[in-house]
Write a protein that binds this ligand. Structure first.
Ligand code: FES
Ligand code: FES
Length: 149
C-alpha cells in the first residue's frame, strides 16, 4: 500500500512500491486521462506533474511519488476554469486523435512555469513528447499563444 496525493486528494493505492506511478493513477485512482504509450520514457503520453515538475509516470516508481503533490490532466483546471494551456489548445484546435495530448499539455504547462516566454529553441528542447498525428506546428503556435495569455 502507498498513500498518494493526486489532484489534492489523498488516497491509498494497493500497489508494489516499484509499480510505475502511471498504473496507480489509471487503475487505482481511476484517472484515465493520463495515457500509456511506450512505457520507456520516450513518448511523453504519460506525463504528469510531481511537485510541479513534468515527469514521465510510466517509469517513475510509486515509492518516488509518496509525500509529493501529483497533478494529472484532470487536476490542471482550477475551480472549473481551464488552464491557459488548455484554453490555447481549444483556440488553436491542436488535438487530432487526442491520445498524446494530455501528456503534451502537462509538459507544456510545466515548461511555461519555468520559462514563461519560451523561444522556439526552448520549445524544441523542453517538449520532446511524440505525437503520431503530427500536431507539432499547432502545438508550437498554441504554446506561444498560452505564453501571451
Ligand atoms: S508511456 Fe511514458 S513516456 Fe511513453
Ligand atoms: S493528437 Fe494523435 S497522437 Fe497526438
Amino acid at each position: 500500500m502507498a498513500r498518494l496525493t493526486i489532484n489534492g486528494k489523498t488516497s491509498e493505492v494497493d500497489v508494489q512500491p516499484s509499480t510505475p506511478l502511471l498504473w496507480a493513477i489509471r487503475e487505482q485512482a481511476g484517472l484515465t486521462g493520463t495515457k500509456y504509450g511506450c512505457g520507456i520514457a520516450q513518448c511523453g503520453a504519460c506525463t504528469v506533474h510531481v511537485d510541479g515538475k513534468a515527469v514521465r509516470s510510466c517509469v517513475l516508481p510509486v515509492s518516488a511519488a509518496v509525500g509529493k503533490r501529483i497533478t494529472t490532466i484532470e487536476g490542471l483546471a482550477t475551480n472549473g476554469a481551464l488552464h491557459k494551456v488548455q484554453k490555447a489548445w481549444v483556440d488553436h484546435e491542436v488535438p487530432q486523435c487526442g491520445y498524446c495530448q494530455a501528456g503534451m499539455i502537462m509538459a507544456v504547462a510545466a515548461l511555461l512555469k519555468e520559462k514563461p516566454r519560451p523561444t522556439d529553441a526552448d520549445i524544441d528542447a523542453g517538449i520532446t513528447n511524440i505525437c503520431r498525428c503530427g500536431t507539432f506546428q499547432q502545438v508550437r503556435q498554441a504554446i506561444h499563444a498560452a505564453a501571451k495569455a
